[in-house]
Design a protein around this ligand. Structure first.
Ligand SMILES: Cc1cc2nc3c(=O)[nH]c(=O)nc-3n(C[C@H](O)[C@H](O)[C@H](O)COP(=O)(O)OP(=O)(O)OC[C@H]3O[C@@H](n4cnc5c(N)ncnc54)[C@H](O)[C@@H]3O)c2cc1C
Length: 431
């Protein structure tokens, strides 16, 4: 198996195009559009669709999807290199048709939706015309879906949904939500929950309030929702009854890797800004760059960034080799486990080196740290990913045969000496 860290020339041409396009056309949108997924915003509606067209004409639209769903079938490594660039701008995923949670919801609908549902919801979602919501977390439980209590009960040809959901991001401008609800309360814990396609125009969906992350000034988008006698047709059950865990897995693998690849773009920017500040700012008669403790922060950030980037890209490469998310679940968990730590560390150091400017809202670092806190919770808390990594580490490990470890130095030494006894004896070292 060869190791090659170079980028092939064809991909490099594409990456150069993405890099220039994001810098010149997309990043400025971050300053004029509050929320790129809010299709009600006329400024957003004027500015984003023409850029989406340009992305399509370059053959880069929805690059994460397989060709049969309108994607490009690039493979995970090439995708990771593209998403790394997109990560510099919060508008870029929408412009390139790979924003969350729509990308995962599209994968769910493609796999479990009826033909009608695919026509009505999947096609416009893939075209970037509508957006969607993933409605799973509840006020009393997020990380443990076995504790969800929202109910869906069958009534003739319909399902009737009742319950409350917390942090259903963007439901106010979504065309539909994928809702997790208990259909079989007496079944074993992993078979109680089912997934439903719920059009948001259905009567009975009440947004109790919207919540913001940190001190974000824009419209709050994370909704506390009550579903009150929300009726959907029987065919809106996605996958098997009691099969919500399998449905949720459909979206997890790529989604988690994408969170990491996009964060690489932010980390790189913070690193560059730290370095620029260090050679620009003077204190006590010398540049910050000449202070050893500042150098330490630069060096640690650089190393953490590159170690993390290698882990992310190697995971993407393994996915391309093995075509199996299960086979790399340990690596994906490791990536998700390290992401908040590395992003938070680099963001905090960048803020520190920029002093008061760094912690102000005139620089992006506090948002990076807040984002790291969110990433430590969303899509599975860090603790859970650590458990997965440990489980993978231990998967093939067997207990030592004897009282002492299998690599016990005295035993190893005896074996080595026995092997070379003749030589040792010749030189008088066999005692
Ligand atoms: C920015 C953002 C956007 C989100 N968007 C959505 C969305 O669109 N749709 C949606 O449904 N949800 C969304 N969520 C919610 C997210 O999925 C949940 O926050 C996550 O599942 C954790 O659930 P919780 O917040 O209830 O935390 P809890 O489940 O209460 O966990 C709290 C803490 O307990 C600890 N913990 C939990 N489990 C374990 C364990 N097994 N071992 C050790 N410690 C543990 C961890 O420290 C964890 O952070 C979003 C969250 C954020 C931050």
């Amino acid at each position: 198996m060869g190791w090659d860290f170079s980028t092939d020339p064809e991909t490099q041409v594409q990456l150069d195009w993405v890099d220039a396009f994001v810098r010149d056309e997309v990043e400025p949108l971050d300053f004029v559009i509050d929320n790129p997924r809010d299709t009600r915003d006329p400024v957003r509606q004027d500015l984003i669709p023409p850029l989406q067209e340009k992305v399509r004409s370059q053959g880069l639209w929805s690059a994460h999807l397989p060709p049969e769903w309108g994607g490009q079938g690039f493979g995970h490594l090439r995708l990771a290199l593209i998403e790394e660039i997109l990560g510099r701008s919060r508008t870029a995923p929408m412009v390139f048709g790979c924003q969350s949670p729509d990308s995962g919801n599209a994968q769910i609908l493609a796999r479990y939706g009826t033909e009608d549902q695919r026509k009505r919801y999947l096609e416009p979602l893939l075209d970037g015309v509508i957006v969607s919501c993933f409605s799973a977390t509840e006020p009393q439980s997020g990380a443990d879906p076995k504790m969800y209590v929202t109910r869906a009960e069958r009534d003739g040809d319909e399902w009737v949904i009742n319950g409350e959901k917390w942090f259903s991001s963007g439901i106010q401008y979504s065309e539909f939500a994928i809702v997790m609800a208990v259909t079989d309360p007496d079944a074993p814990p992993y078979s109680r929950l089912s997934a439903f396609l719920v059009p948001t125009e259905t009567p009975g969906i009440h947004v109790l309030r919207n919540v913001n992350v940190g001190s974000h000034q824009g419209e709050p988008i994370h909704s506390y929702v009550r579903y009150e006698n929300v009726r959907v047709p029987a065919e809106n059950l996605l996958g098997d009854q009691g099969g919500a865990f399998a449905v949720m897995q459909t979206r997890m693998g790529h989604a988690r890797l994408a969170l990491a690849t996009r964060s690489l773009g932010l980390m790189r920017r913070a690193l560059d800004l730290m370095a620029e500040r260090a050679v620009s700012r003077q204190t006590q008669g010398e540049l910050l760059a000449q202070k050893q403790l500042v150098q330490e922060q630069l060096a640690e950030s650089w190393v953490e960034y590159h170690m993390f980037r290698l882990l992310v890209l190697q995971t993407a490469w393994k996915l391309d080799e093995l075509h199996d998310f299960k086979a790399v679940r340990g690596e994906i968990a490791a990536v998700k486990m390290m992401l908040p730590k590395v992003l938070g560390n680099i963001g905090a150091r960048a803020a520190q080196i920029h002093g008061s400017l760094g912690v102000s809202d005139e620089m992006p670092f506090v948002d990076m740290v807040t984002s790291a806190l969110s990433l430590g919770v969303a899509d599975g808390p860090t603790e859970v990913h650590k458990v997965t990594v440990a489980r993978e580490v231990l998967r093939e490990v067997r207990p030592a045969a004897g009282l002492f470890p299998s690599y016990h130095l005295p035993a190893e030494r005896d074996r080595a000496r026995a092997k070379y006894r003749e030589v040792l004896e010749r030189h008088g070292r066999w005692t």
